[in-house]
Design a protein around this ligand. Structure first.
Ligand code: UTP
Length: 299
């Protein structure tokens, strides 16, 4: 895992929007927020919190909805449970249970109604200090692997200013599933200047093969842009509309092309892949799972 340069953390706050309805995971999300679904034994939101902490973030701002208190509760102090586990001699479990609480300071902000990702990010405004010129946004249902791309994005902001997003280079025939960047090369092969974005284009109309991923390093100017956009697709305030407005007004936006893997935990098919992927790498359960899967596939 990578670490932020000492004394030079580019952002202090990492916003994690977690107030959506999670309709693709109904009926489970009637009662369990999708952010708490386990990737083997650890909820996706803890993996994302660890990524933010590794990149130097000091506070995690979880945007939550009324009634979704379980997400914040997951990060709360668990000393009673730890005492009970310690009394039973289960030190390994004590460490696991304590991990989330010790990772990073967690605060929740409430989004009263799911009015879109842009609106959710806007809800974090008051919790971000007036001296913080930039902040990170991590979508908790998007695992970007290996972690560390936020550090790279911070370097790009240092060099070019403005806001920095994360992209994957995906095969053209798969591009219509994504938001796609219209870009111009820079002197770094993996850094592109962004001129626009198109949602889910047909393969022959896509302006590039660079698809948006759920990591953003945003200049605080985005709050002003969010105030000035109208609801877009689905009647929701879209974060990409605010970024598009900033681009039109000359704000520099770049993408870092991340050459790695990714899991979409927001739908059952992507989630199952992630669980199998992580489980196969787990020394305790991996070997048996591999054998079972091989037999199942041949059976
Ligand atoms: P998604 O569209 O992937 O999540 O939003 P969703 O709306 O919960 O899921 P579906 O589409 O109904 O299955 C991306 C992220 O933005 C958050 C979601 O919680 C998710 O982490 N979000 C979305 C909000 O916090 N508020 C919103 O109004 C919308």
């Amino acid at each position: 895992m990578s670490e932020a340069a000492p004394g030079k953390s580019p952002f202090r706050s990492a916003v994690v929007p977690a107030a959506g309805l999670g309709t693709r995971f109904l009926p489970t999300t009637k009662a369990v927020p999708k952010e708490l679904l386990p990737v083997v034994d650890t909820p996706g939101i803890e993996l994302v919190a660890a990524e933010a902490a590794d990149a130097g973030a000091e506070q995690l701002l979880i945007v939550s909805s009324p009634g979704k208190d379980a997400v914040a509760a997951y990060f709360a102090d668990s000393s009673e449970l730890e005492k009970e586990l310690a009394a039973r001699g289960k030190q390994d479990l004590v460490a696991k249970v304590r991990r989330a609480h010790e990772l990073i300071d967690v605060r929740t902000v409430t989004q009263d109604e799911p009015r879109g990702l842009g609106h959710a990010v806007g809800c974090a405004r008051a919790a971000i200090g007036p001296d913080e010129q930039a902040f990170a946004v991590l979508l908790p249902d998007d695992l970007v692997l290996p972690t560390g791309v936020l550090n790279r994005m911070a370097e790009v902001r240092d060099r070019h200013g403005g806001s920095v997003l994360c992209a994957f280079d995906v095969p053209r025939e798969e591009i219509s599933a994504y938001g796609v960047f219209e870009v111009e090369d820079t002197d770094d092969e993996d850094v592109k200047r962004v001129h626009g974005m198109v949602e889910k284009p047909a393969p022959d109309e896509a302006p590039s093969t660079f698809a948006a991923a759920g990591r953003y390093l945003l200049d605080r100017a985005v709050f002003d842009a969010l105030d000035r956009i109208e609801p877009g697709a689905g009647g929701e305030l879209q974060l990409t509309d605010a970024i598009a407005l900033m681009i039109r007004e000359g704000h520099p936006v770049h993408v870092v092309v991340h050459r790695g893997g990714r899991h979409d935990l927001g739908n059952p098919a992507g989630y199952i892949r992630a669980v199998v992927d992580f489980a196969l790498d787990d020394p305790e359960i991996g070997p048996d799972l591999r054998a079972w899967l091989a037999a199942r596939l041949n059976g």
